[in-house]
Design a protein around this ligand. Structure first.
Ligand code: 5RP
Length: 231
């Protein structure tokens, strides 16, 4: 199976968890693109609407006939489905490879359940081989970069990239993240940081991985039990 086949298989499995007539939170990225396509094909107008984490996902949802609503209108969501760049076995994630980390973190925080979908290469023993994205207010870029160096990382400005919120991204190389909760808190506190792409305070509840051996699922300890719905 190619990585793309695995992503699609994980996305297909996630559609089974979506309840009819609900507003669903939708993430960003190539795995989520499969999810959006399959959601539209399999559930079509039985989805009330989506809250989207990026302009790109909104455009795709709307093109396939799924209405997109503002989070302020929708209130709390039952389910958020999104991809990740890395996950550990605690289902703490690195996200933001697609640059949508801030809105992704907002929608995840607003959702009772968070299903992460990925190909099996994304499951790692220790987070940090994938550079950690940090969204920064442009005027604070160098200030934040110096602080990130003091933490032990090597920040690089993502070239020719502006987030949906009008900010820049520093991709932090060289981190070995043993305590994701502490690092998320520490980076969040730096003046000028909008969001760090560590999802440890709000990890995923269920990780669905596409693999050569089929679908693998990891449920986070202490997370609510998630079960597929019967469509
Ligand atoms: C976007 C993200 C994505 O979920 C992450 O980059 C994974 O992307 P893909 O599904 O294309 O591998 O966090 O900001």
């Amino acid at each position: 199976m190619t990585p793309e086949d695995k992503k699609r298989a994980a996305a297909e499995a996630a559609v089974d968890y979506v309840k009819v007539d609900t507003v669903i939170g939708v993430g960003t990225g190539s795995t989520v693109n499969h999810f959006i396509d399959l959601l539209a094909a399999k559930m079509g107008d039985r989805i009330s609407a989506a809250v989207s984490s990026s302009e790109a996902s909104s455009a795709r949802l709307l093109a396939l006939g799924i209405p997109v609503v503002d989070l302020n209108e929708a209130g709390q969501l039952d389910l958020y489905v999104d991809g990740a760049d890395e996950s550990n076995e605690r289902l703490e994630l690195i996200k933001g490879g697609g640059g949508a980390l801030t809105r992704e973190k907002i929608v995840a925080a607003a959702s009772r359940e968070f299903i992460c979908i990925a190909d099996d290469s994304k499951l790692v023993a220790t987070l940090g081989e994938f550079p950690l994205p940090v969204e920064v207010i442009p005027m604070a870029r160098e200030l934040v970069a110096n602080e990130l160096r003091a933490i032990g990382g090597t920040p690089r400005l993502r070239a020719d990239f502006i987030t949906d919120n009008g900010n820049q991204i520093l991709d932090v190389h060289g981190l070995q993240i043993d305590d994701a909760l502490a690092l998320e808190t520490r980076i969040n506190q730096l003046a000028g940081v909008v969001c760090v792409g560590l999802f440890a305070h709000r990890p995923a509840d269920l990780l669905i991985l596409g693999s050569d051996d089929g679908i693998k699922t990891l449920q986070r300890q202490a997370a609510p039990q998630l079960h597929p719905t019967t469509q």
